[in-house]
Design a protein. Sequence first.
Length: 726
Amino acid sequence: MSNPEMNKLLNNLELKKLLGKSEVISICDIELICKHQPELISKIIDVLVEYLNTEKPVECDAVQEVFMAMVHVDKEASLTAMLNHLANFKVPDLKNKLPIFIELALYKSNLTKRRISDVLEKSLQKESEADLQRLAQYFETKAGLDTFDVSDAHYVDRFISCLLMAVPFFARGAPSSKYFEFMNRHHILHHFDKLTEHRKLDFLKSLAEMSSDTTAQAAGQMLPSIIELLKKCIPDTKMERESMNISYIECLLYVLHHLAIKAPAAATDFCNEEFMLRLDCVRSITRARLKKLDTTLAKDDKKVKSLCLLTGLIYFFYLLRDSTCPIAPIRSDALESVSKDCKLNLDDTGICDLTDKQVQSILDYSKYHQVSRNKNGACVLNDNDDIAMLGWQMKKSDLSFLETAGEQGRSGEVRDQLFHLLCWAYAGSDLVSYQRLLQKWERKTLPLCPWYLCAFCEPEKLGEEEILDRNGEKKILVDRHGRVHHCYGGTIEKALCHVQSHGIPRDVVTNFLCTDYHPPSADEPDMERRKIKGFRKINTWKDVVEALQKQQIVGADLLNYSQLMMTSGKYIYKGPMSRMSVYVGYHAVVIEQIKKMNGEWVAVCKMSNGTLVADYGYAYVSIEVQYMPVGASDLKRKRIRGSDHPMHLLTNFIIVDMVEADENDRKDAESEESEEKDSESEEEEDYIPKAKRGLTKDPKPKRSRTEDPTMVSIKVAISLHRLLHD
């Protein structure tokens, strides 16, 4: 910097008076003076802070250079002075620019850090690992990582300030584990709402920046708290969309994405269906806002910034979805190098037995150890249609806790989904209708409407479902009768989430067109009375047995191989261990009973494919068979749920805890009982002579629970529906 510019700077910053010299030629003079008088460093930084708002390029560059000179002279003293300003800073306008000196690449696109970030990063690159470690420990000491008192505003400000200033050191390799351990130990995220508004975003930004530099163990411990905080920030379908704080959500999604990469198994466990539905809400909101912004971008610069933020949210959404949804591994060379005998058997029957050595060559050590520990006999390889599955029979000793429970047929008649992709809707609605029967709020099983769930559960998916042919080309859904389908794949959990929020109507049309988006019973007044209060996932077969013993039924996803639908009669379904079977997908079913069949434990599963399939619509699924995906082609691997652990043919167990009903439900149920008694007494009176009959008043007509008051309008709607579509 030239002498005139330096003198002008010093005059503006009043540093000449502070340094006690009439002539200061260069930055080196400032450094030299500060080396002899280190107490001046904090005073100089105090002056620099006053000029952070300068918009003049020359002065801005000069402020940066003087600040870096102070860091070069004494790092700890300079950082301490900045830390004191940051922790005690209260002026909102100035605070927005203060983090320029200490945030270091929280978001690279922020133009206000364009030069300071580069200078500080270059400065840190020259530091040794020992210096970085020492400075990181210095901030740990300043932060006071012993106790956390959210009510002490001064302490909270100091902690967050230390966290912000330590971020660049984490990026350079300094350990951040102590901060994560401290936040986990004191549950700081649980106190997030108690932080002041101007500190919440600072905390989340620093957490976002350091999230990529943590360990897998710390990430797994932090994930539950992050997800709980996200649930508070992300609106569900009932909340006002304007209440969503996009900045908070962006930071938290960024944190969740990096933690999910570090601990994918933990992320998969915690990111349940209800949480993913909230993310869908964020995606739909951001898309809607993007459309509105498209017409106003040229008029308002703030809208451009908002567009960038919303685009980032959608980007993080897809990153998160990819990092939390495991898929099958890519095919390895070991699958192609099996023996000639195995290849011949695969060509003839689609399956072959493998030796332990062959299994070990296909799996890594960890997976092989898990398989070999509980298998009974040889492993079977099913390798058809570019999808390879390994299946085996379990040791019976590992299932000693199983016992007969439940009763087949308790959840009502078997329905037929025909060619619709709605097994999830049929299974979910059966869980709700049976629970109402179990609570005696219905006199008999009342079928509920899967067509309604198809139309309203995820309406954005209607008509969007496509299938891949053998060449990998996408095609629309068309059944064998040439009818186009707009239905889509889903899960039982999504169906129950919708019923919990909106209820579900009766099933009045069994043969429907999913291209019609308004079922005739969609406006049924009693629909909201069929809401459920809650549902929950259960994780083990022991839990399934306990649920069935309590007269409940359990929803589940069944690994679907072609033999499931192609073989009729009482046979035990074993998935990939069946001859000539090809992978189809996952089929939502209802588990009604566990029993022994031909000496093998099976789950009696009610399907939704009519009575001509399996044993009058019931499949007997082996509980003793486990499997593991071992390879799939690029086109097919996303269709398969990957896992590092052995899985049963039935997974994702879910039950309805209780249903929501008002006093009218109980009155209606009692009304039906009295009506039946009245009808029985009337039949008896037919045999009594009229002379012996007493004069009695006509009973007051009562509404039957199975005869909805809206049935007249529903019948009219059905007639119109058939008239239009037949």
